[in-house]
Ligand binder design. Structure first.
Ligand code: HEC
Ligand code: HEC
Ligand code: HEC
Ligand code: HEC
Length: 409
């Protein structure tokens, strides 16, 4: 097990929750005729995971709000291949050109992975890494070999989407990073960042599959959690996700670097001020009976009146600011995506007439510029998490393209 720091869970919060559940758990032990604590722990499934519904009685508010993630359904989500038509050229030859939709809520992780046209007969089990606690428990039990098994041999065994075990292990009074690969990549970030962010970061991160097909991160310290450092890592490794059929460039697909965008490189201002993912995405709510709990319905802060009240202490118009940050970033994403397509077309048309050295540099420019762009585009906040870092990466993509066009002129 990879136990992280203890959750700063106050006795009062726990008592409030337990009282509502009808348990006299907060009474001093001597006056408490209730069964010993061990008997309150529900049974685990065959993977060793205590499933969410087993906790419904003890932690009703956390359970109900966790269930509420069902409201964030895949229907009506953005189809990125339509929003960014350039992707059809940029991702040519790779699975993401077949289908790429905006994320839905945690209730749908297993649904989405079985629906996506990206999964084929060749897909490995490592694609299940961030979809279910049962896979996480299986890897923790049987080791890294599980990652290289066939997707189709395992997927039907699982029936629990992202749930309590992923972030708490089998003890909801603690926070625990259960994904071993990510825990191992944190290095000094394990101490330098809050565990209320690490539990999210174990899935909301930039990862790749290493030579043994094990899910891995391209860094092992906080300093490495930056697009430029990660590129250097992938280059040194000679790693590519696929080769572009028109330019021959060895390309990389960025994943969803939320954790690295917030904490890596030039940290976001809110992260530097001590705010974690949970501070912005999990409101403290109060039940009818006055019990205070963290909402486990993970929403945009703009959708939560409780969060907006907290943010309003400093932000007069957070919705307006977020919209402006997002527009600034997404407008540039659109413009630069057109430039990348023009660059791909240009390189494809002159490729055969270039000397080997010029060709290699021209292909590397395609690889690097597209990675910087992708790194910003696939980050789920559309630039809000760290507008400065997003612009800095888009600047790098632009500078590379300018160099590339000059090289091929
Ligand atoms: C995606 C990660 C995640 C999942 C899944 C998750 N939790 Fe939590 N949980 C957290 C975080 C983070 C906190 C701390 C919030 C804070 O301090 O702001 C927390 C806090 C808690 C607490 C402490 C009291 C409180 O409300 O703050 C309890 C109890 C709890 N969770 C129970 C559960 C149960 C039961 C489930 C499953 C039904 C669950 N959690 C699923 C991340 C998660
Ligand atoms: C075990 C992996 C895992 C953990 C842990 C996890 N997430 Fe997620 N999260 C996902 C996946 C996968 C999706 C996309 C689901 C889909 O589209 O089917 C997602 C989707 C989301 C969404 C919805 C995105 C949208 O556009 O509507 C939000 C918000 C979110 N996560 C926030 C968080 C926060 C905050 C935490 C920590 C408290 C967290 N997640 C922890 C895997 C995880
Ligand atoms: C300073 C507050 C803040 C912090 C810290 C923060 N987020 Fe966000 N997050 C936002 C805002 C604002 C948005 C954009 C919401 C919108 O477009 O309505 C967002 C969007 C998202 C989305 C897309 C969901 C959606 O509804 O658009 C995901 C997923 C997400 N954040 C995950 C995370 C994770 C994981 C972390 C920690 C590594 C994190 N966030 C840290 C404020 C924050
Ligand atoms: C203590 C004051 C304070 C509080 C409370 C606060 N913010 Fe901020 N926030 C700032 C400052 C200062 C900045 C820097 C940019 C600026 O001046 O607008 C900032 C920037 C941001 C950014 C841009 C990304 C970054 O970190 O650079 C986001 C997104 C954000 N805040 C969201 C939120 C959300 C969501 C909440 C409520 C959960 C919140 N803030 C609460 C002071 C605060």
């Amino acid at each position: 097990m990879f136990k992280s720091k203890k959750l700063r869970l106050t006795a009062a919060a726990l008592c409030a929750t337990m009282m509502v559940a009808g348990l006299a758990a907060c009474a001093p032990r001597a006056n408490n005729p209730a069964a010993p604590e061990a008997d309150l722990t529900p049974a685990a499934d065959s993977f060793g995971v205590i499933k969410a519904e087993e906790w419904a009685g003890l932690y009703p508010h956390q359970y109900e709000t966790w269930k509420a993630n069902e409201a964030n359904a895949p229907e009506g989500k953005d189809n990125y291949l339509e929003t960014y038509p350039a992707l059809n050229t940029m991702y040519k030859g790779y699975g993401f050109a077949k289908g790429y939709d905006e994320a839905a809520g945690h209730s749908y992780t297993l649904h989405s992975i079985t629906e996506t046209p990206r999964v084929t007969d060749a897909t490995l089990a490592n694609c299940i890494t961030c979809k279910t606690p049962q896979f996480t428990a299986l890897v923790n039990e049987e080791g890294d070999g599980v990652y290289a098994e066939k997707f189709s041999d395992l997927i039907d065994l699982f029936d629990e989407p992202v749930s309590c075990y992923n972030c708490h292990g089998n003890d909801p009074t603690q926070l625990e990073v259960t994904s071993g690969f990510y825990h191992g990549s944190l290095g000094d970030a394990a101490e330098a960042t809050p565990v209320e962010a690490q539990v999210c970061g174990q899935c909301h991160n930039e990862y790749y599959f290493n030579a043994a097909k094990v899910t891995s991160n391209p860094y092992d310290s906080l300093a490495g959690m930056d697009a430029e450092q990660m590129l250097a890592f992938y280059d040194a490794l000679g790693f590519k996700d696929w080769e572009h059929p028109d330019t021959g460039a060895p390309l990389l697909k960025a994943q969803h670097p939320e954790f690295e965008t917030v904490y890596g490189g030039q940290q976001s201002r809110m992260a530097a001020a001590g705010f974690s993912c949970a501070d912005c995405h999990m409101a403290t709510e109060e039940s009818d009976t006055g019990a205070r709990y963290s909402s486990h319905e993970l929403v945009s802060p703009l959708e939560s009146p409780e969060l907006m009240e907290k943010c309003g202490l400093c932000h007069d118009d957070l919705a307006g600011e977020v919209a402006a940050w997002q527009k600034g970033v997404t407008d540039r994403e659109q413009a630069i995506s057109q430039d990348i397509v023009r660059y791909i077309e240009k390189l494809a048309s002159v490729k055969d007439s270039l000397d080997p050295e010029t060709l290699a540099r021209a292909q590397q420019i395609h690889r690097h510029a597209q990675f910087y762009w992708d790194y910003v585009m696939v980050e789920n906040s559309e630039g809000a998490h760290n507008p400065e870092a997003a612009h800095a990466n888009l600047d790098k993509a632009e500078a590379l393209l300018a160099e590339g066009f000059a090289l091929l002129a």
